[in-house]
Design a protein around this ligand. Structure first.
Ligand SMILES: C[S@@+](CC[C@H](N)C(=O)[O-])C[C@H]1O[C@@H](n2cnc3c(N)ncnc32)[C@H](O)[C@@H]1O
Length: 356
């Protein structure tokens, strides 16, 4: 049998010598042998298929869906947003979603692609605790949720209201005074409240206390075990960060697709869509985010940003057209609440901004 050196294989296959050495050590080249400190490779060896490419090709698996209903959730825009997914190119192997919320896009991507690295963050500590617990303590979480479901479902409406209020108080107590040991309980309470409260809202008062009243669901699915377990599996390799979106800068590079879904700029003066947490996201912060997006663009990342279109209420309002003037802006149709009255739903335009 004739052999060639790693250098010769690298030239023949158009890849680096270092990559050839890695492929040899991963035993991906039949009969490659280490002689001294050098690899020798049969001249008849075929160039291995790039496994890095197959790792982020589309996968056929059961889809996972968001485990919480979340204000500003992007479920209905997935069809538009997925048009931007750049993973089939083979170059983009990483995904970052720094304002993850309920993660509609995250779970769509995790259902379709097996990526090398995924990074998510949110400033809402209770939300991020829930992601952590689903990833790391799924059995204990499911047990606690079943207990709550079995306690709650048989109650009549008045009894349910009492149970709900007690749960809300316990959650707020843990939110303010909690410690790490009761994080499983806090995650279970978060899911319970989300499944039983009015409209799945997460709204807090000035003191940071969750204050949404109970919703009117006959049979809420409090413990969706199958989906929670599937989500847990998908999150195993995901980096989950509680903090500001800017912390994602260290993760994002030229191989990353980033989806930014910041709190909306309100469409009307009365629509308080930004009250997800104690922090508001005003125009100044939207502008800072646009600068951050420019920095990530310069790094070579592929970026998509969504927001409400101010032209829905004022056709002269060019706020986003101005701050994202260097990028492409697409207006797509969505249905959502257009003021505080939850009945007032209508067709409006949302913005999808991209740098590619
Ligand atoms: C529009 S929601 C995201 C919704 C998400 N795309 C979904 O499908 O559910 C915006 C999220 O940004 C988070 N957030 C607000 N300010 C932030 C900041 N400075 N850094 C990171 N996350 C922030 C909020 O807690 C909220 O979950």
């Amino acid at each position: 049998m004739e052999f060639m050196s790693a250098r010769e294989a690298a030239d023949k296959w158009g890849i680096s010598q270092r990559r050839v050495a890695v492929l040899c050590s991963e035993q991906r080249i039949a009969e490659a042998t280490m002689v001294g400190n050098m690899w020798i490779i049969p001249t008849s060896a075929e160039k291995p298929i790039d496994a890095r490419r197959t790792r982020y090709s589309k996968i056929e698996e059961k889809a996972v869906k968001p485990f919480l209903k979340w204000v500003g959730g992007k479920g209905q825009l997935i069809k538009e947003i997925e048009r931007y997914y750049p993973f089939d190119s083979g170059r983009i192997t990483k995904y970052a979603e720094p304002f993850v919320g309920g993660g509609a896009v995250l779970f769509d991507i995790l259902s379709k692609y097996d990526l090398e690295e995924v990074y998510i963050s949110d400033i809402n500590a209770e939300l991020i605790n829930t992601y952590h617990i689903i990833r790391d303590d799924i059995d204990a979480l499911i047990k606690t949720l079943y207990t709550m479901q079995n306690d709650f479902i048989p109650l009549n409406t008045d009894e349910r209201k009492i149970y709900y209020m007690q749960t809300r108080e316990r959650f707020n107590d843990l939110k303010v005074n909690g410690n790490e040991n009761i994080n499983i309980e806090k995650a279970a309470l978060m899911i319970f409240l989300n499944k039983t409260c009015f409209n799945g809202l997460f709204r807090v008062n000035k003191k940071g206390l969750f204050n949404v009243p109970m919703g009117a669901y006959k049979n809420p699915m409090i413990c969706d075990e199958n989906n929670l377990r599937a989500v847990s599996e998908k999150l195993q390799r995901v980096t989950i960060v509680c903090g500001d979106y800017r912390e994602s800068a260290d993760f994002i590079d030229e191989n990353t697709f980033v989806y930014f879904d910041p709190p909306y700029r309100p469409i009307t003066d009365t629509a308080s869509f930004t009250a997800y947490t104690e922090n508001l996201f005003n125009d100044e912060e939207q502008i800072e985010l646009a600068h951050f997006v420019d920095d990530m663009h310069r790094k070579g990342a592929k970026v998509v940003i969504s927001n409400s279109d101010p032209k829905n209420s004022n056709t002269d309002d060019d706020f986003f057209d101005n701050i994202y003037s260097a990028h492409k802006i697409k207006r797509v149709e969505a249905t959502r609440m257009i003021n505080c009255n939850s009945e007032a739903r209508g067709k409006i335009k949302e913005l999808l901004i991209s740098n590619f």
